[in-house]
Design a protein. Sequence first.
Length: 451
Amino acid sequence: MTVSFVILAAGQGTRMQSDLPKVLHKVAGAPLLVHAMQSAAALDPERLVVVAGHGAEEVTKAAQDYDPDAQVVLQTEQLGTGHAVQQAQEALEGVAGDVIVLYGDTPFVQPETLQAMADARKTHDVVVLGFEARDPGRYGRLVMDGGDLTEIVEYKDADEAQRAITLCNSGVVAADRALMFDLLAEVGNDNASGEFYLTDIPALARARGLTATAVTCDEAETLGVNTRAQLAEAEAFFQSRMRAEALETGVTLTAPDTVHFAYDTIIGRDAEVEPNVVFGPGVTVESGARIRAFSHLEGCHVSRGAVVGPYARLRPGAELAEHSHVGNFVEVKNAILHEGVKANHLTYIGDAEVGEKTNIGAGTITCNYDGVFKHRTTIGKRAFIGSNTMLVAPVTVGDEAMTASGSVITKDVGDGALALSRAAQTEKPGMARKLMDMLRAKKKKQQDGAV
Ligand code: UD1
Ligand code: CA
């Protein structure tokens, strides 16, 4: 069965105390909205429509950065969840199959749960996602009759007996597209909030002799973010899930609680991650690589057998081939380090390519920026870059070439050549002692004068 998604993301999120629309606050490096879109994407949807309102421009950009095919529709006035879904009607006109509604501020609904809802649709016309709430608070309550869902009652509209129900509404609902919009057309706003409730759908379906039911999931999956505190909770929840997944798939984490993942981090089996490592978005670490303590990685690829850190920084476009080493206080950006390259100490390599087995000495810097343009540095195979070499790009150093330590390299260096570019050493015998005697005498004179 084909399925399309409507993701509600028009709300302001007043309680976040933020200029940023709520759904753009991030968990593990990705906006809440993107997490919801990612869950939807797992079901290979026919269409995906995001309903935007507050901060629509930014919301549209975030949605289409993640999925250029995502459609964004506007809800200019927030008149309720039912009204919000109606804004997607035109965008979904004539589309076959089901519609599932998700909330952009509820990032963790699992693809398996959505699949279970799609499956339950084989027996019921409307399927709602519920959960047993530890503290049901102000959630909508699911009124069940055996396996059938009779109605959803909003907290504000519920009586004492209904408020005692602990099975709550997550907000996620699935129905045939045509039926969904048919039923929404019947929804009124004669309720305690004066809003058009999406939650009226099950009762309206039953009034037509159709059926409704609820699929349930763990409360953690339905965690919604309304405050900064809940955002932090969501982050903690997501991190613990990523850590558990990494351990399960054969990654060694010596201190799991200190490792921070991004929403899309990929780490191979038998890779090892030491304490206090942070992964930004877009990182792949292959099997058997080792990420040592206090390293920070984003937008990079680390191959089998490579060793990174301790205290290394890999920025977007860093590509480390097999058995390369990037050591302490080394930063790599937009650069390929071929097999067996070693850059072990205090170095910046940016906009560069380094050939296999080349050794980069401590303190080497690729001077890639002239204040306006960026330039590339190319270093050949089995070269030896002496300590504290400044490579003023654009520049090329040949295969098996050497640069003398302290050199400022501004011209290309040929294969097998040694480039030396620093002031020649001179020596003045006895001068050091003479100088010190002079300075000490001066100091003594000042002290005597002060008495
Ligand atoms: C809703 C449900 C409630 C459920 C709860 C779960 C209704 C009427 N109630 O209540 O049963 O237990 O979620 O968290 O659906 N939104 C729009 N446009 C609108 C209104 C809302 O885009 O006009 C978006 C919000 O930005 C938010 C989501 O829809 O992401 C839910 O809206 P919210 O007002 O938070 O609903 P609740 O009152 O929490
Ligand atoms: Ca809410």
